[in-house]
Ligand binder design. Structure first.
Ligand code: MN
Length: 288
């Protein structure tokens, strides 16, 4: 199942180029009072929402339908508790980062096994349609296309062998980055610098997460083109690694790292980022 959030906090079932408005399915979510749970409510109750969507689509003849391209796409996850990200998780990107001063800025670029993971601010999360506003025009601002896994159930000390059962689904991610000397958590967390979408593809749709093509073009020119088979630390290992430090909650975002080919983007640029089976994220760059 492919599910988008669109326009005014609506929920859509994506079927090819068409979206069926299934917002009514959100009524199965429990009411929430302060303090809110640490998890994302939609993902924590995804099975119940999916059942309700199936019931609606089978039983209600006049659900509104839209063209996907006509919609304002929001982040498919509204309230992730945290955004975990993998630095330099493709060997060729490790090499380019070490060789290019404009990327490394005297920061030591170490292997992921040694430097570990980092967190991005949840306030940086946006959907495709918001576009990216360049936060620091005085700096190099780069795109990084990444496979994103959305955690589906709570877990700590998850074993790699069991890790994929903790994944609710996948989407395309852009880990937008201001280059410079500061910590990653700061440079990668301006508002809008975590772009997720175009929609959530549930995990049952993906048979082999270790063989997905990633492609990003800027103004029609290919910048990054790689495959998840070249991940240094596979998704299963990333989940084991992350959960050895943090409890993972439904709706937590895990960005798996970017391959080689990162490059600068400028206001007016048009990015299209796609991953096999996960759709295409269409994102414009705006001035600040
Ligand atoms: Mn990244």
């Amino acid at each position: 199942m492919q599910l988008c959030r669109f326009n005014n906090e609506q929920l859509g079932l994506v079927q090819g180029d068409e979206v069926i408005d299934v917002t009514a399915a959100l009524q199965v979510l429990p009411a929430c009072r302060y303090p809110l749970p640490r998890h994302d409510l939609f993902i924590a109750h995804l099975d119940a929402v999916r059942d309700e969507i199936s019931r609606l689509v089978a039983g209600v003849a006049d659900l509104p339908r839209h063209r996907l391209t006509d919609l304002t796409l929001l982040s498919p996850i509204a309230n992730p508790g945290k955004v975990i990200a993998a630095p330099v998780n493709y060997l060729k990107h490790l090499q380019e980062a070490r060789e290019d001063q404009a990327i490394h800025h005297q920061n030591q670029i170490g292997e992921i096994q040694r430097v570990g993971l980092f967190l991005k601010a949840t306030s940086s999360v946006e959907g495709a349609s918001a576009g990216v506003e360049i936060a620091r025009p005085d700096r190099r601002n780069d795109h990084e296309i990444e496979l994103v896994a959305v955690i589906g159930k709570t877990g700590r000390h998850i074993h790699a062998a069991d890790a994929l059962s903790h994944v609710a689904g996948y989407c395309v991610g852009l880990d937008m980055t201001v280059r410079g000397p500061e910590e990653r958590s700061m440079r990668k967390s301006p508002d809008g610098y975590t772009v997720l979408g175009p929609y959530l593809t549930t995990a049952d749709e993906i048979t082999n997460v270790d063989d997905l093509d990633l492609l990003i073009t800027v103004n029609g020119e290919v910048r990054q083109h790689a495959n998840t088979r070249d991940l240094v630390m596979k998704l299963e290992e990333l989940i084991e690694f992350a959960s050895s430090f943090y409890t993972l909650h439904p709706g937590d975002i895990l960005m798996t790292g970017t391959p080689e080919g990162v490059s600068q983007v400028f206001p007016g640029d048009h990015m299209e980022a796609e991953i096999t089976h996960l759709g295409r994220l269409v994102v414009d760059i705006h001035p600040n």
